[in-house]
Design a protein around this ligand. Structure first.
Ligand code: URA
Length: 185
């Protein structure tokens, strides 16, 4: 199922980002997965490699996951948009609208119990439009049996080390939620 979806996504031309991309960055991870991380869109390294979070932010994400004994192989990692926005600008609302169906279909295949949004763009799209990452990071929202949270985007943590203690507590809160829900990824 995921294979067919990936195939369709790889040939997508639904928005102008398809004209400037090198690769479609579909997402990686097991086909059924309890924990999904969602970023905003591919950066330069991801565009070149075709895989999410493989650049500097991805290295930090791996380190963050290892703090709570998660590895990228036992989570699913995807983005709101699958093609790189030029110069790493925020994906436009119309680009998000054109792409979000792929993520929705990925989630209906994966059936995660926990969705972790990385940064404002993903949080506003997946949790609520007025989500403010500085105010609301680390909070939990339950919808249809799925638990949503958001933490700072690893790129923000690379730029601003003062946000790292907050990111650390959000990771501990994620670990606690995994324990409470008896998820052993
Ligand atoms: N930033 C994102 O939001 N996603 C990636 O895949 C890489 C960097």
């Amino acid at each position: 199922m995921m294979t067919e979806l990936r195939k369709r996504c790889l040939s997508c031309t639904a928005c102008p980002l398809s004209r400037t991309r090198t690769s479609v960055v579909f997402g990686v991870g097991p086909e059924r997965c309890d924990v999904v991380f969602i970023g905003e869109g591919p950066g330069q390294q991801e565009d070149l490699m075709g895989e999410p979070f493989v650049g500097a932010a991805g290295k930090l994400l791996d380190e963050m996951l290892s703090i709570i004994d998660l590895g990228r192989h036992n989570c699913y990692i995807a983005n709101i948009v699958k093609c790189r926005p030029p110069n790493n600008r925020d994906p436009l609302p119309e680009e998000q609208d054109a792409c979000i169906g792929y993520l929705e279909q990925q989630l209906s295949i994966l059936k995660p119990k926990i969705i972790v949004c990385l940064g404002r763009i993903a949080a506003q799209r997946m949790i609520r439009p007025d989500f403010r990452i500085t105010r609301d990071h680390g909070s939990w929202t339950e919808r249809n049996g799925v638990y949503y949270t958001a933490m700072y985007h690893p790129s923000a943590l690379l730029r601003d080390h003062s946000k790292r203690p907050d990111a650390f507590s959000d990771l501990l809160s994620l670990r606690e939620k995994l324990q409470v829900l008896q998820i052993h990824p």
